[in-house]
Write a protein that binds this ligand. Sequence first.
Ligand code: ZN
Length: 107
Amino acid sequence: MENLKGSNQKKPNSFPRDVLQLSAAGYDWLNAGKCRGCGAEIQWYLTPNRGADGQRKRIPIRILADKTVVAEFAVCPARKAFQRANRAHAKRADKNPRPVQGSLLPE
Ligand SMILES: [Zn+2]
């Protein structure tokens, strides 16, 4: 049907496709590790964008056999557990903001 053409347009995939594009996009490699959910080898990167707290976020990247990259949480078989954990963590973080460290010290 012609009506479908408009809604069927391919969205440009903004996520970098390989490690060169990752670094070109401003991602900085941190270290190698293993996914806590599934044990896959992953590479930790810092995202180019800062969160509300002003910190860059760590993102686990999996490098596939064809050298393309994907976010681990997009492909991880344990990603549902992560999403639950992240939501719970975000709730706790909102309710219990960390005290500023300096305030613990006597003036
Ligand atoms: Zn995983």
